[in-house]
Design a protein around this ligand. Structure first.
Ligand SMILES: [Zn+2]
Length: 117
């Protein structure tokens, strides 16, 4: 990856970080407005998801990934999979500039995170 590409990813990540911080309240409103009437959850799950907590976690998790990606740019390891050290595919970085692992390792982790079925 050359310097110009790195700078372009850095700008994308900085922009993303700003939007994550500014957008959290607006995003929370949108999701909370989608609240279903009580009772409808019962068919899907006995424990309705607490959307506010869920959102905080999702937001915080992505923000942390963005910050880590910015650190990797400074450390010179950006674009490398943290699991297998292979280069992360450019299409993946373009879709998800804060990706810390390649698609293969990500899929493996997802499978491990969901032991049910
Ligand atoms: Zn990997």
């Amino acid at each position: 990856m050359n310097q110009a590409e790195l700078e372009s990813y850095r700008n994308t990540l900085l922009d993303l970080r700003g939007r994550l911080t500014d957008g959290i309240n607006r995003l929370a409103e949108v999701v909370l407005a989608d609240e279903r009437p009580a009772g409808e959850h019962d068919q899907l799950t006995s424990e309705p998801i607490d959307k506010e907590i869920f959102l905080d976690h999702a937001e915080e998790a992505i923000r942390r990934k963005v910050i880590e990606a910015l650190r990797r740019i400074d450390a010179g390891s950006y674009g490398q999979c943290e699991e297998c050290n292979q280069e992360i595919a450019k299409e993946r970085l373009e879709a998800m500039p804060y990706a810390a692992s390649c698609i293969e390792c990500e899929r493996k982790k997802e499978r491990e995170a969901r032991p049910r079925r």
